[in-house]
Unconditional design. Structure first.
Length: 198
């Protein structure tokens, strides 16, 4: 099976370009190197080197972001912040402005949290006014994703989604916990489910 087709969903970008996001973990990058990606969002922990596999990819535009997969500030770790998300959305705006076919790859360490949040925000930016639909598109790509809540909250605010993107994320978290009760022992789920952050 073509890995690109396996994890692809199409959405219409605001500027007329077509968005084809793919989400993966760093260990999966090798299988995507010949898929013709035009844009890559690479999110790794601070201090991580750029994956050398990108040298074998076709010519592309890439945004490298470095922060930890956490949702609360920590003195020893870098929490996602407004500057990171602003940079992500600016990258998206430039991408959409190309008005040409776009193949977007978003990756993080495991392809579950930071990359899925980035893809969600890029989809939301591509279709302003339909944040819940953006989240539905994410789930069509990665139904078991657990998008980083802080990234979603920051993106919701910057995109003017009025909490709709956060609400869609919380509904997804609740559904995942219902399907997989063991998540309660693995993740601080109360922070993901409550309606407001302290």
């Amino acid at each position: 099976m073509d890995p690109f087709k396996r994890r692809t969903h199409t959405g219409e970008a605001a500027a007329g370009a077509t968005l084809h996001p793919v989400i993966c973990g760093v260990d999966e990058l090798m299988q995507f190197r010949r898929c013709g990606f035009t844009h890559i969002v690479s999110i790794m922990d601070p201090g991580s080197d750029v994956p050398t596999v990108f040298e074998t990819f076709d010519a592309h535009q890439r945004l490298d972001l470095r922060f930890h997969d956490i949702i609360d500030p920590d003195s020893d770790m870098v929490v996602p912040n407004g500057e990171h998300i602003g940079e992500l959305l600016r990258f998206g705006r430039a991408m959409y402005a190309s008005k040409s076919s776009i193949k977007l790859l978003a990756h993080c360490h495991a392809g579950v949290s930071r990359s899925s949040a980035a893809a969600t925000l890029m989809l939301a930016a591509a279709q302003p006014g339909a944040p819940a639909q953006a989240f539905s598109r994410l789930l069509a790509i990665a139904p078991n994703a657990w998008p980083n809540l802080r990234m979603i909250e920051l993106g919701d605010a910057l995109l003017g989604c009025n909490g709709q993107l956060v609400a869609a994320a919380r509904a997804h978290y609740a559904n995942m916990i219902e399907r997989y009760p063991a998540l309660r022992q693995m993740i601080a789920v109360d922070k993901h489910l409550r309606a407001t952050r302290e």
